[in-house]
Design a protein around this ligand. Structure first.
Ligand SMILES: Nc1ncnc2c1ncn2[C@@H]1O[C@H](COP(=O)(O)OP(=O)(O)OP(=O)(O)O)[C@@H](O)[C@H]1O
Ligand SMILES: [Mg+2]
Length: 240
């Protein structure tokens, strides 16, 4: 359970998050909105990479004030990045092991094995990441965010640049990560099919403001969300 209370983030004159009060209590929670809406900024706040200008954040009831990204990762709040942090020269195994070691390390090797099996990369464990295709590489980033028995996994556009069949496989994977690890997942994506297939609740940001939040089907059908976001995707104006 993630609770934000009156969170505000400003960068110079830009208000990236505008007084956000929200409870994320679903098991897979979507976060959508146009480019620049504040989605990555909110993940940065949840994972401790950005300190809000004001407001409070509670994760499973614990106030996160003063807790930096390393401490949050160790306590189970993990993430993937919109621009992945995988290292081309290293193997799949080493990329995931590094993430495991950063988040506590005990029993890391067996954790790495389990997570590679979960994402379907166990047969590729000794390949250099630079030799993988886009989807396999994305799976490595997802594995890095899922290793180390996380309680919460924040995913920033794991579906970006994937085709429809890969997106459907990713949806199945996200659901099995939730089920196998019993972790709460926050999923940012422009892939509305992926959001609809996985998220039990979804929030929509626009210019840093929460314009809708609730059951995913209702949010995707709401006039505010269509006007602010989905209309621009339908007309092809949205860029990822
Ligand atoms: N470090 C930063 N310094 C200055 N401005 C920033 C910084 N990070 C984000 N912003 C600004 O904050 C706003 C929100 O950006 P953010 O990256 O959170 O959007 P987003 O919803 O993730 O967009 P996208 O869908 O394109 O990834 C934008 O106006 C962006 O330019
Ligand atoms: Mg972003």
């Amino acid at each position: 359970m993630i609770r934000t209370e009156d969170i505000r983030v400003t960068f110079g004159g830009v208000v990236a998050i505008d007084r956000l009060t929200m409870d994320y209590d679903g098991s897979i929670c979507g976060l959508i909105g146009p480019n620049g809406a504040g989605k990555t900024t909110l993940l940065n706040v949840l994972s401790g990479f950005v300190t809000p200008t004001s407001g409070s954040l509670f994760v499973d009831g614990a106030d996160q004030a003063g807790r930096g990204p390393a401490l949050r990762a160790k306590s189970g709040i993990r993430r993937t990045f919109q621009t992945d942090l995988v290292v081309d020269e290293l193997t799949v195994w080493d990329n995931v092991l590094i993430a495991a070691e950063h988040t506590g390390g005990r029993g890391a090797a067996s954790d790495v094995n389990a997570v590679l099996q979960l994402v379907g990369l166990d047969a590729h464990r000794d390949r250099r990441v630079g030799s993988l295709d886009t989807f396999e590489r994305r799976l490595v980033e997802v594995a890095r965010g899922s290793v180390g028995r996380p309680t919460h996994i924040l995913m920033d556009e794991p579906g970006g640049g994937l085709g429809a069949s890969e997106s459907a496989r990713l949806a199945e994977l996200i659901i099995s990560i939730r089920d196998e690890l019993d972790a709460q997942i926050v999923l940012v994506d422009h892939d509305v099919e992926l959001i609809a297939a996985t998220c039990d609740q979804t929030a929509c940001l626009d210019f840093g403001q929460l314009i809708a939040h609730g059951p995913t089907a209702a949010v995707l059908a709401s006039d505010e969300v269509k006007a602010a976001y989905l209309g621009s995707i339908d007309s092809g104006e949205e860029t990822v």
